[in-house]
Structures are given as C-alpha cells and as structure tokens.
Design a protein around this ligand. Sequence first.
Ligand SMILES: *[C@@H]1O[C@H](CO)[C@@H](O)[C@H](O)[C@H]1NC(C)=O
Ligand SMILES: *[C@@H]1O[C@H](CO)[C@@H](O)[C@H](O)[C@H]1NC(C)=O
Length: 213
Amino acid sequence: MHCIPLLASASLATAGLLSSTTKRDTWGGRVSLGPTKSTTINAVSTLIPGTAPSTQNGVDSVLSLWPGMSNGTGDLIQTTLESWTDNSSCGATTSQCAVAGSDQVRIEYNVESNGETWKQTVINAQTGDLLSTYSLVSGPYMTGHGTGTECNDDCTGTVAAQEYRNTKITLASADTAFGDTIASATGASCKGLGSSEGGKVWTIQRINIPAMS
Ligand SMILES: *[C@@H]1O[C@H](CO)[C@@H](O)[C@H](O)[C@H]1NC(C)=O
Ligand SMILES: *[C@@H]1O[C@H](CO)[C@@H](O)[C@H](O)[C@H]1NC(C)=O
C-alpha cells in the first residue's frame, strides 16, 4: 500500500515514495485501485498534464495520459490526453487537441440510468469550458481503476510530472476493503486516500506521477 491515508499525511515525505530511479519505458508511473467487489457508478479526477514534449519521436509515436477503468475483460473507459508529432493526426479540431501543461482537465465517467452507457465528460476545471463528451454502451461491471502514462512506438516520454487531483470513485454499494487494493508503480505516489458513506465513496486527494526522463 503506497497511498498515505488522510490521517497519516504527516509521514508523507518518505513513506509514499518508491525508488526514485526511473528510466524511460513504455509505461510511466501509475496508481491503481481495484478490483472492487462492488461496481463503479461514477469516477472523476482532475489531471494536470504538465508541459508536453515539444514534438514526438516519429509519426506513429504517441504519448498518452489517462485515467481509466475496466472490468478486466470488457471495454476500457478512458479519456486520453495525447502527444503526437503532427497535431492533425488526432482527428479533432484545434481546440479539442490543445491542452496546455498547466491546464486542469477534469475527466468524469458516469453511468447513465440504463446502467450500461458510460458518458465521459471533459471540462477545463479552471474556466468550466466543455472540452469533449463521449458516450458508449460498455456494460455495468467496471471494477478496476488506474492511471496510465502510455508510451507507444518509441515515443518521446513525459518531460514533466503529472498530477491527478481530487479523484473520487463512487461504487454501487459499499466495499470497505476497496482502499486496501491501492498500488503504485514506477515512482508514482499518492496521498489522502479516504472513504465515506461506509465505503461507497472513495477519494484520493493527490496522485503524483514523475516525469519519465
Ligand atoms: C500542437 O498544437 C499546439 C497548440 O496549438 C502548439 O502549441 C504546438 O506547437 C503544436 N505541436 C506540434 C508538434 O505541432
Ligand atoms: C466485463 O463486462 C463485459 C461487458 O459488460 C461482460 O461481458 C464481461 O463478462 C465482464 N467481465 C467480467 C470479468 O466481469
């Protein structure tokens, strides 16, 4: 367990950190939680991506940052912030492509009333501007959560740290052991793991992912 609970944050400086010797890899640091014995009905987090690499290593190289969730076999729900050599390859309009390093990008996943359709809503948390929405029928069984720093096709890795603020995961029913499943890798750390409503709502104040290089 590498997340420091709210009440023990005084010992943060040493206890939350893994080895600081990181090297460029196909994956950067990550923090994960799950699977829960319940299922997820809502998940929200605010990602501050940090300065992106000025360009990418090749035309197929892509660096992608995301909070994601799945049940291990079904769809992976993820909104990604991506870095490509050519901005036009993301297939989006300029405003959808452009996220500055200091932007606070609030990403919310919410299951609709049919219990099967997941709506992804992305806003700029500072301005309230809507950046994108997406809906897909992906089933009711989302049990695992994690952040991803994914570096494909020999990408240029992150050159700045990422931060995920005020992550909040709401389960369909209480799972008091959900917090025990937290794990981190490759230098990632977190603090302020807490729960309310008897283990139905789980929060993580901060997740910190170091730069890959
Ligand atoms: C991508 O678009 C952003 C925002 O318009 C710009 O600052 C950046 O230089 C572009 N990157 C590349 C590699 O063209
Ligand atoms: C994951 O969700 C899909 C789609 O709802 C479902 O078909 C599959 O059985 C689920 N897998 C697990 C391990 O629950």
